[in-house]
Design a binder for this molecule. Structure first.
Ligand SMILES: C[S@@+](CC[C@H](N)C(=O)[O-])C[C@H]1O[C@@H](n2cnc3c(N)ncnc32)[C@H](O)[C@@H]1O
Length: 307
């Protein structure tokens, strides 16, 4: 019997996932709604909000039987329906409740495995207990701060520092380029850095500056010379620019040996720039993810650069 890897495409970015699978030489065996099945065991994809490995087909006799069979495999199940919506929901209702409460910034991630299932046919469940996220369908939500940050862009950095870089920050220096109106600078200021440098051509909001310990430079990030900086613990970029321009800036700072960690948003125009996205991935040990809070953009990061 075939085993499948299931990819749930990010809503409205099915085309990106299809292109990514094509670039990786993976053939789509089945597609229903935004769920893609590929035969065999394959890595997670950037444009899949959840990847599920070793998906099993399970024949069921009834709603009750479906719930019983899923419960025998695991406790937590995220449902994505591709048809038979009502019947699928009735099965889900018989499963233990899953915790979908929003979490706080830097809250430890749930440790329990999160399964993925769908009602493939009225009498066939497709399920996996091995998934890429501890959150149902890979969807995570924060207890938002609706008062302080000047834009919602801060949620990307919250997600990044909660999921991908949860390690304790013990002082040091962070630089935020393309920082205005100041959401990311605010997040960095709330972390334990000794010093935050914030760079943008536009002015930063005064109330962010009023937090103190922020050095704001109103200039183009592309004119920055790494030689004029001491060691930087985190280089953060949310600049709106062509991916190629960001890539050159990142390479300049990386080659300087001054930066330990990077997190940068790669933003796209109408088309996803695969050529430069793949060039980012050529930087050793770096990764690209599509955060739950990313739109038509992805997050490139590189941690623990050795000098
Ligand atoms: C999406 S916004 C950043 C939002 C910010 N991360 C926040 O949380 O509030 C992109 C920023 O890139 C800035 N930008 C564009 N070109 C730039 C350049 N050459 N140098 C510095 N900043 C630039 C824009 O002025 C804009 O403020």
């Amino acid at each position: 019997m075939s085993i499948y890897t299931g990819y749930l495409a990010v809503h409205k970015f099915e085309h990106e996932l299809e292109k990514e699978l094509e670039i990786k030489g993976l053939k789509i065996s089945h597609k229903r709604d935004r769920l893609y099945l590929v035969e065999g065991h394959h890595p997670a994809m950037i444009w899949a909000q959840m990847t599920a490995w070793d998906l099993e087909m399970i024949a069921i006799q009834s709603i009750n039987d479906g719930a019983k069979k899923l419960k025998a495999l695991g406790r937590n199940w995220g449902l994505f329906t591709v048809g038979n919506h009502r019947r699928a929901q009735l099965i889900q209702d018989e499963l233990p409740k899953i915790n979908t409460k929003p979490i706080a910034f830097r809250h430890p991630l749930p440790q329990a495995p999160m399964g993925f299932w769908t009602l493939w046919e009225a009498d066939v469940i497709m399920a996996s207990t091995k998934t890429s996220s501890p959150f149902a369908l890979g969807e995570m939500n924060f207890l938002e701060d609706k008062l302080t940050p000047p834009s919602r862009a801060y949620l990307k950095l919250w997600e990044f520092f909660t999921v991908y870089a949860p390690e304790e920050i013990k002082g040091g220096r962070a630089i935020d380029v393309g920082s205005c109106p100041g959401g990311w600078t605010w997040v960095l200021r709330t972390l334990n850095f000794d010093h935050t440098i914030s760079v943008d051509k536009a002015p930063i909001e005064k109330r962010i500056m009023d937090l103190g310990q922020i050095e704001f430079r109103q200039e183009s990030a592309f004119g920055l010379d790494p030689n004029n900086f001491d060691t930087i613990d985190w280089f953060c970029s949310d600049i709106i620019c062509y991916p190629e321009r960001l890539l050159n800036l990142v390479k300049r700072f990386r080659d300087s040996g001054k930066v330990k960690n990077f997190v940068c948003t790669i933003k796209y125009q109408a088309e996803t720039d695969w050529e430069n996205t793949l060039k980012f991935l050529e930087i050793p040990d770096s990764k690209i993810v599509h955060l739950h809070h990313n739109k038509h953009e992805v997050t490139w990061f590189l941690k623990g650069v050795e000098k």
